[in-house]
Design a protein. Structure first.
Length: 247
């Protein structure tokens, strides 16, 4: 699975690092990444000269990460809930990984990992076919196997709401303030094989029985053109750690 993540998941644009670091408003020296996977986002922030600690519970993912990031990146095999809180960072971020963390005590623990005034960032978003006709053909092809491959909002926020998760939770948290949401628009092009490879890394397909997953992906591949246009917009959430919880 780590190989598929590395090959098929899109990376992150330089613009993203600029948005996060501009929000910080002061030099950021130490960074903690939650659920780093194979290091797609790690490379972005380490490339800015930041001291990144990349954490990931899956050893195969972490091994792939180590092959692709600078030697200056510190790696820790641990889930978010297992991380020690004796060290505080100027920036803690999650790249399409926050929904894997346990909701109980999430923001109190996040605050423990941040220095006062430090920045939390979460970014990601659905990767979708841009051509409605191609999307309709794919929906029909996969319908016997899977009704939807979208990740539902962890707190049930409807997609038409202006503020999306995790911004909704951050607004309610006494530990964070200055919550902001922004969008980085991206249009990519993939071969049909690469798009099917990407789908093979999506949780909705991963939870299917292997034989059913293989049939679904085969049916999707059958209706795709040679190349597909992809909408891969990134929704970015930013918040600042209060010095103490608000009353």
């Amino acid at each position: 699975m780590a190989e598929a993540y590395e090959r098929f998941r899109p990376g992150y644009p330089e613009e993203l690092a600029g948005v996060v670091l501009a929000y910080a408003g002061r030099p950021v020296r130490t960074v903690l990444e939650i659920g780093a996977g194979t290091g797609k986002a790690t490379r972005l922030f380490a490339g800015r000269g930041l001291a990144v600690t990349a954490t990931e519970p899956d050893e195969s993912m972490l091994a792939a990460l180590r092959r692709h990031v600078p030697a200056t990146v510190r790696t820790v095999r641990a889930a978010f809930e297992e991380l020690p809180t004796d060290e505080r960072y100027g920036l803690v971020y999650a790249a399409a990984a926050l929904h894997w963390t346990a909701p109980e005590g999430r923001w109190a623990r996040m605050a423990e990992l941040l220095a006062p005034g430090g920045v939390f960032a979460s970014f990601g978003g659905p990767v979708r076919l841009a051509d409605p006709a191609v999307e309709e053909a794919v929906l029909a092809a996969r319908s016997p196997y899977l009704a939807s491959d979208e990740v539902p909002s962890p707190d049930g926020t409807p997609p038409e709401e202006l503020m999306q998760w995790p911004g909704t939770e951050l607004l309610r948290s006494p530990w964070f303030s200055d919550v902001q949401q922004s969008l980085i628009e991206r249009r990519l092009t993939m071969t049909a094989d690469d798009w099917v490879g990407h789908l093979s890394t999506v949780s909705a397909y991963l939870v299917l029985p292997p034989a059913k997953r293989e049939r679904a992906l085969d049916e999707i591949a059958r209706v795709l053109p040679e190349t597909v246009a992809i909408d891969a917009d990134l929704t970015v959430h930013l918040a600042r750690r209060n010095g103490r919880p608000s009353p």
